[in-house]
Ligand binder design. Structure first.
Ligand SMILES: [Zn+2]
Length: 311
């Protein structure tokens, strides 16, 4: 009898060990070294689904002489673990910072994979408020999109180091310039510039191929293009789209889309058209240029209409 108990125990322990090692042996995320010491993973241009596990945003990390900074953690803790595994495959330097470029789940649902002593989460000064306002809603609405298994391990982790205007992080002979922007894509957009290589991680202030999403201010987003263009970068990792693109040319398609949207909305408001017509028609001349256009343009037009109506 004792022997049987022992056997059952041993089998259970083995099962636990297997489960634990399966968890640790998460496959590494596919990475590209886009500049010396700067790595990124290209997300799919898709909506979040159980099949893609929310891995739809571009995420990456930068390695200094002393430490590593992660820039966005992906759309699930699983993706975050895969990023962590990929980092471990490149360097044994410690991860000191996890920078979240904004509040959207595809950029920060992987945070829990990096939550350990010695890691500081960094974000826009408005990010804690945005997470407090939306975190619970994101967890419940993404339960259906991601499925139980993936959503159950997601935790909302607000930044403890916040950026009001500009902050420089030093990874050891490698300075990152973090800049907080006024409302545009969201009200908590943060960019990261690696001074050493002129690589800009723009978060969702730059969309390529994937239609831009307006969740902050359409006018703010459009006006920001000039300020962004002045960033002394050589190339950019957009929030969505091809991993590296020349700077500031990468902004042009987005700027054209936003200016058409604003122009159409102003014309419709002036002509006394209603919100329904605006949602259907504004920005449609841009349709052929963008992926996921029908998923987001009507929402952008609706939000933009409400914003511009009171100009
Ligand atoms: Zn976003």
């Amino acid at each position: 009898m004792n022997r049987l108990v022992y056997l059952v125990h041993a089998v259970l322990l083995a099962a636990f060990a297997f489960a634990a090692s399966a968890k640790e042996a998460e496959p590494r995320l596919l990475l590209k070294e886009i500049a010396p010491g700067v790595f990124a993973h290209e997300g799919l241009i898709e909506l979040t689904t159980q099949a893609n596990e929310g891995a739809i945003a571009n995420i990456g990390f930068i390695v200094g002489d002393d430490a590593v900074a992660v820039i966005d953690t992906g759309g699930s803790v699983r993706e975050g673990r895969r990023l962590a595994a990929a980092i471990a495959g490149v360097t044994n330097k410690p991860i000191r910072y996890v920078v979240n470029t904004h509040v959207h789940p595809d950029h920060l649902f992987g945070n829990a994979a990096f939550d350990s002593p010695g890691v500081t989460f960094v974000g826009h000064a408005n990010l804690p408020r945005a997470l407090a306002a939306r975190g619970a809603f994101y967890l419940s609405s993404f339960r259906r999109l991601l499925g139980e298994e993936l959503i159950d391990e997601v935790r909302i982790i607000p930044p403890t180091l916040t950026v009001d205007d500009e902050t420089v992080l030093d990874l050891g002979n490698r300075e990152l310039v973090l800049k907080a922007w006024p409302p545009a894509h969201t009200d908590c957009d943060l960019t990261v510039l690696d001074k050493k290589t002129g690589t800009l991680f723009s978060g969702d202030l730059v969309f390529m191929r994937h239609v831009p999403i307006v969740d902050g201010s359409v006018l703010g987003f459009l006006r920001l293009a000039d300020a962004l263009a002045a960033i002394p970068a050589k190339h950019v990792v957009p929030g969505h789209g091809p991993l590296v693109a020349n700077w500031p040319q990468a902004l042009e398609a987005e700027r054209t889309y936003l200016s058409h949207l604003v122009k159409d909305l102003r014309g419709m408001i002036k002509a006394g058209e209603g919100l329904g017509t605006a949602a259907q028609k504004a920005g449609q001349s841009e349709r052929a240029k963008w992926q996921l256009f029908d998923d987001y343009n009507p929402r952008n037009a609706t939000a933009g209409f409400a914003e511009l109506e009171w100009e």
